[in-house]
Ligand binder design. Structure first.
Ligand code: GSH
Length: 209
């Protein structure tokens, strides 16, 4: 049994999607951002940075969405969220998981939380720099998918595609949404058609995108 601390439509989505893809029994605990529950002292004991997701396994809490996705893929190989260990596809899977974490996820913090840049609101140059970095990653990914897609690993869907689609969703209100690029949109459409995506929308009460 897993316990996932989540907030609808946030970085916890990818872990929730993985649990649904696997069909693993799990309990959901809402972290109510409106009530600042992510900074509740009890929650901070589980997740010291006060963010979601947190996944509790056998009474022990773990954090970082991409690490949790990797962990679930490893614990449930039958769900095929990752290619078999030791294969070139597995190597590419590690590559893209870490790439998405290092490039988009870390930069999203700077876009959505200007306080992390030490400013209450973005100075125009800071906003432009963060936007440029994100858009450069979309261009790279679109080129990758156009030549080696339709999925990040080529012909086969994997957990990295759940992560990428969640991140595309996060960019839906940015000046240049990722789905404006054709190969990225094709991948997003394929992932949004999956039963896990639809089920998550129903459970988390999401509508847009
Ligand atoms: N790198 C972290 C990022 C998590 C993160 O930024 N979560 C956001 C939601 S998308 C959050 O909890 N924000 C609440 C806050 O910062 O107060 C992870 O992957 O777990």
């Amino acid at each position: 049994m897993y316990t996932l601390y989540y907030s609808p439509g946030t970085a916890s989505m990818v872990v929730h999607l993985a649990l649904l893809e696997i069909g693993a029994p799990h309990e959901l605990r809402l972290v109510d951002f409106a009530a600042d529950a992510q900074h509740d002292p009890e929650y901070l004991k589980l997740n010291p940075r006060g963010v979601v997701p947190t996944l509790v396994i056998d009474g022990r809490a773990y954090f970082e969405a991409v690490a949790l996705l990797m962990l679930l893929a490893e614990r449930h190989p039958e769900a095929k969220l990752a290619p078999a260990p030791g294969t070139p596809e597995r190597a590419a899977w590690y590559q893209w998981m870490v790439f998405l974490s290092n490039t988009l996820m870390s930069t999203y913090r700077l876009w959505f939380y200007p306080g992390e840049l030490g400013m209450p609101e973005h100075a125009p140059e800071a906003r432009a720099a963060v936007q440029k970095k994100i858009e450069g990653v979309w261009d790279q990914l679109d080129a990758q998918l156009a030549t080696h897609g339709p999925y990040l690993l080529g012909a086969e869907f994997a957990g990295a595609d759940l992560l990428l689609t969640m991140l595309m969703r996060g960019a839906r209100n940015m000046p240049r949404p990722a789905t404006g690029l054709p190969a990225l949109k094709r991948l997003a459409d394929a992932v949004r058609a999956r039963p896990s995506w639809k089920k998550l929308y129903a459970i988390e009460g999401l509508q847009e995108w």
